[in-house]
Design a protein around this ligand. Structure first.
Ligand code: PRP
Length: 177
């Protein structure tokens, strides 16, 4: 991208809200009464997590882990690092991972392996967006919001070089003419 990129709306905030509501209904049906641990991957999932849990009116716990795969550019390094680890034990817990986007799948497969080693009672994945055209490793998404095209996505928590996380809509980043 030669010039400064600018965001164009792909999913408006109203569509995001409806999608989050649908996901919350699906999650509620499966997890009500189970006291699950909802585990968000920072930083990208913070906004999705905040909206989702407000719709889940049953006992649950919230935890975050901070992973990093992109290094200040739009291309994945392919190396995943735990930048801030778990503070809650996952052994015996019903763990639901909350992710903003599954792209190559490298981040989430790293995390699922990391979590399975800690012996949760169950482990599932909820992803707001999925970019299957970029997948390098297979990933099962148990609760999926929307599929996105093979373009650079920003907004609603998702960044480009730490920018645009604050956009309330999910946008495609395109070169300015
Ligand atoms: C982004 C996003 C996912 C991951 C998906 O995180 O939030 O966690 O990349 O990419 P992948 O499927 O190709 O691994 P990033 O590492 O950019 O950190 P961030 O959440 O702090 O933005």
């Amino acid at each position: 991208m030669s010039s400064q990129p600018e965001p164009h709306i792909l999913f408006r905030r109203e569509e995001i809200e409806a999608t989050v509501k649908r996901l919350a209904a699906e999650i509620k049906q499966d997890y009500q009464g189970k006291h699950p641990l909802l585990l968000g991957i920072l930083k990208g999932s913070f906004m999705f997590m905040a909206d989702l849990i407000r719709l889940l009116n049953f006992p649950l716990e919230v935890e975050f882990i901070r992973l990093s795969s992109y290094r200040g550019s739009r291309e994945s390094s392919g190396r995943i690092k735990v930048v801030q680890g778990l503070r809650s034990p996952v052994k015996g817990r019903d763990v639901l991972v909350i992710e903003d986007i599954v792209d190559t799948g490298l981040t989430i497969s790293f995390l699922l392996d990391y979590l399975w080693k800690r012996k949760p009672a169950s482990l599932k994945l909820c992803a707001l967006t999925d970019k299957p055209s970029r997948r390098q490793v297979p990933v099962t998404i148990n609760y999926l919001g929307v599929t996105v095209p093979n373009k650079f996505i920003v907004g609603y928590g998702i960044d480009w070089d730490e920018q645009f996380r604050n956009l309330p809509d999910i946008c495609v980043l395109e070169a300015k003419d």
